[in-house]
Design a protein around this ligand. Structure first.
Ligand code: PEP
Ligand code: MG
Length: 317
């Protein structure tokens, strides 16, 4: 079985009815890129850049250190695209640095991810400049976590413009980037059309989207049994975001755990998903599901699952 899976590595992920599916890797360190290519990823769909910042008690990484890390990831991907997500700290991903200790009552609802970046624009632009500079050496997409308000979108894009202007002033080279937003708060899913006005692509973070839609702490064992990736409300939000992206001809990826769960592959294909980003170890198994899938059958079936009261029961059918 292992051997058969590894032979699949260079086979393109195409459904029986001819849809080419993009299988991307989630990585946490630049060095993970090599393994992603080896696993058959056609790019990095989610570089969780916060891992460069975590586990450090002293200074956070500066512009040059980050620039080298992003370049290393690009080099590791050998010309394939890399989607770098700006720092997503807080809640389940705390910083160790004393200056950034999280002492709030509800950190998952607090100053995390893009909120944290926008609260410290100098730190944020340091990261943006590093990413823009790395983009001179390969195909880079930039992804922003946890956006929920249109004014956060505008502030974020203004910071990108400012970072470019700072590099211009320094005479520093930088490259073009596509800009994307994570859809991981129900508010964002519900205002997907606003997001599509501002961004080139979207990436659905199901881990947080499930947590926030169902009010289930993703890290709390006591309520883990209620954490349901196929809750009808979650599926409705995911389906609507995929459909709206398709209508507007913009790429929508799923980069939460759902994307790497082989029991979800057919459903996501049936909902129209064409881009999946997951832990590299899952890629071949998901590809195997895709090679067996026929979206002409999966589309009507997915609609039935979507309309059902207990999608979990239908999923097995
Ligand atoms: C998600 O929320 O689904 C996601 C991909 O981001 P993270 O797991 O890093 O919060
Ligand atoms: Mg998330």
């Amino acid at each position: 079985e292992r051997e058969r899976l590894s032979r699949l590595r260079h086979t393109p992920a195409v459904t029986i009815d001819g849809h080419r599916i993009e299988l991307l890797a989630n990585i946490e360190q630049p060095g993970d890129a090599v393994g992603a290519v080896r696993a058959g990823a056609v790019g990095v769909g989610l570089f969780r850049s916060e891992f460069l910042f975590m586990g450090r008690t002293g200074n956070l990484p500066g512009e040059d250190e980050q620039y080298r890390a992003y370049r290393e990831a690009l080099d590791g991907m050998q010309g394939l695209p890399v989607t770098i997500r700006t720092i997503d700290v807080g809640a389940d991903k705390p910083l160790d640095s004393k200056a950034h200790k999280d002492t709030h009552l509800n950190p998952a609802l607090g100053l995390r991810a893009i909120r944290w970046s926008l609260a410290d624009p100098a730190m944020f632009r340091t990261q943006l400049r590093a990413v823009l500079r790395a983009a001179a050496h390969g195909k880079v997409n930039l992804l922003f976590p946890m956006l929920a308000h249109s004014n956060e979108i505008r502030q974020t894009l203004a910071q990108v413009d400012l970072a470019r202007a700072e590099l211009d002033a320094r005479g520093e080279a930088y490259g073009p980037i596509q800009l994307g937003a994570m859809i991981e708060v129900p508010a964002a899913a519900l205002m997907v059309r606003t997001f599509l006005r501002y961004f080139d692509f979207l990436s659905i973070g199901t881990n947080d989207l499930i947590q926030y839609t169902l009010a289930i702490d993703r890290a709390d064992e006591a309520v883990a049994h209620l954490y349901d990736p196929v809750h009808p409300a979650v599926l409705r939000l995911v389906a609507d975001v995929i459909a709206e992206g398709e209508r507007q001809g913009k790429s929508v990826c799923v980069c939460g755990e759902t994307a790497g769960d082989v029991t979800m592959t057919r459903l996501l294909l049936g909902l129209g998903l064409r881009s999946f980003s997951m832990h590299p170890a899952q890629i071949l198994a998901v590809k195997q599901e895709i090679l067996r899938a026929d979206t002409r059958k999966l589309v009507p079936w997915a609609q039935q699952v979507l309309d059902g009261e207990e999608p979990a029961a239908l999923l097995a059918s």
